[in-house]
Write a protein that binds this ligand. Structure first.
Ligand SMILES: [Zn+2]
Length: 344
């Protein structure tokens, strides 16, 4: 099969589009999926650079998100069949620890994720446990189905399970443009929240407004905490989605109403910002960290997007052979929505 492989960590120039061995079933519970689309995530960049501490068997194939058609099914796979169109739930647990036994594979002590600890979706085919295959939401094509899994299950867990977002509450989402931020905007709006977003780009703020954002702050012109305080009558917001970190962290905490909740799943501009702990206890704040989510949460968000008619925003699709250009687009923050790879 054709695949994009890396032989060492480094820049986008390490990605090689070439022939790779066809995948095989490693267990009777595995399936082989013929991928029709993959989507990029920041985790791909960290794995390419070797920043996640993942043990890698080179050559390695990146890619945590994919959708396609089941081509081959192991003898113990029951709920998915050859020919099914599926999207892939990215985490794969060991199956033996207490987390795996309680539907929390994504917290497994020996967790692997598609493209991290196992070969990923930048390829024509992938081997994955049958349990990780879910039917594609109604109305979705393969690109939307590949754009959906990682960011939507992550956002669902952050906003619904952890922050317990209530319709009508006020939400602030930092750095609109990336997959997580846009999915958070779409889910929060579908739940009838009031949503403000931040960006350094007026164009991205405008596009967010067209997706329903109620307010946009260009943080290069004005401190976003002051602006959020002004627009909410000094009250602040109920929930902040901050996957940026860095200098924004303290401002995010300062944008919350008393009893507010901050959710985080990333630290793209800095992982060790200072925190005034007094603000947390004085203001009864909660901070939730999260990555991915459970199978139950994945099911919930699949049903939600079908019912609410929410579809992931696609920025641009590249042929698989142009994975390096696709990653550079993500790495330089040019995108609005998900960047897609198409094999063949
Ligand atoms: Zn486990």
């Amino acid at each position: 099969m054709k695949a994009v492989q890396i032989y060492e960590h480094g820049g986008a120039d390490k990605l090689r589009y070439e022939d790779a061995p066809d995948p095989v079933l490693r267990s009777p519970r595995d399936v082989i999926v013929g991928l029709r689309a993959a989507s990029l995530n920041h985790i791909d960049l960290w794995n390419r650079k070797g920043l996640t501490g993942m043990r890698v068997d080179f050559p390695h194939i990146l890619g945590a998100d994919g959708a396609g058609v089941v081509e081959e099914v192991g003898s113990e796979v029951t709920h998915t069949r050859k020919g099914d169109s599926v999207c892939l739930y990215p985490p794969v647990g060991c199956g033996a620890c207490d987390f795996c036994h309680t539907d929390r594979d994504f917290m497994c002590v020996r967790l692997r994720v598609l493209g991290e600890g196992m070969k990923g979706s930048y390829a024509e085919y992938v081997t994955i446990p049958g349990d990780n295959c879910f039917p594609i939401p109604d109305g979705y094509g393969f690109e939307a189905a590949a754009a959906f899994p990682l960011v939507f299950v992550t956002v669902w867990r952050m906003l619904v399970t952890n922050a317990r977002l209530v319709p009508g509450e006020k939400v602030l989402i930092l750095g609109i443009g990336g997959g997580v931020a846009i999915a958070a905007l779409q889910i929060a709006k579908a739940m009838n929240a009031w949503v403000a977003v931040t960006s350094s780009s007026d164009e991205k703020l405008e596009r967010a407004r067209s997706l329903g954002a109620d307010y946009g702050v260009n943080y290069t012109r004005r401190d976003f905490t002051r602006e959020i305080r002004d627009v909410t009558g000094k009250r602040g917001v109920d929930v902040v989605v901050d996957c940026v970190g860095g200098d924004s962290w303290a401002k995010s905490l300062a944008s919350l109403v008393k009893g507010g909740r901050l959710v985080t799943c990333g630290a793209t501009t800095g992982a060790t910002p200072p925190t005034d702990i007094r603000r947390i206890f004085w203001n009864h704040l909660s901070i939730f960290g999260s990555t991915l989510g459970s199978r139950e949460e994945f099911e919930q968000v699949l049903r939600f997007v079908e019912a609410a008619k929410v579809e992931p925003v696609i920025d641009r699709s590249f042929p698989l052979a142009e994975a390096a250009a696709a990653q550079t687009r993500l790495e330089t923050g040019q995108q609005f929505g998900k960047v897609i790879l198409l094999p063949g």
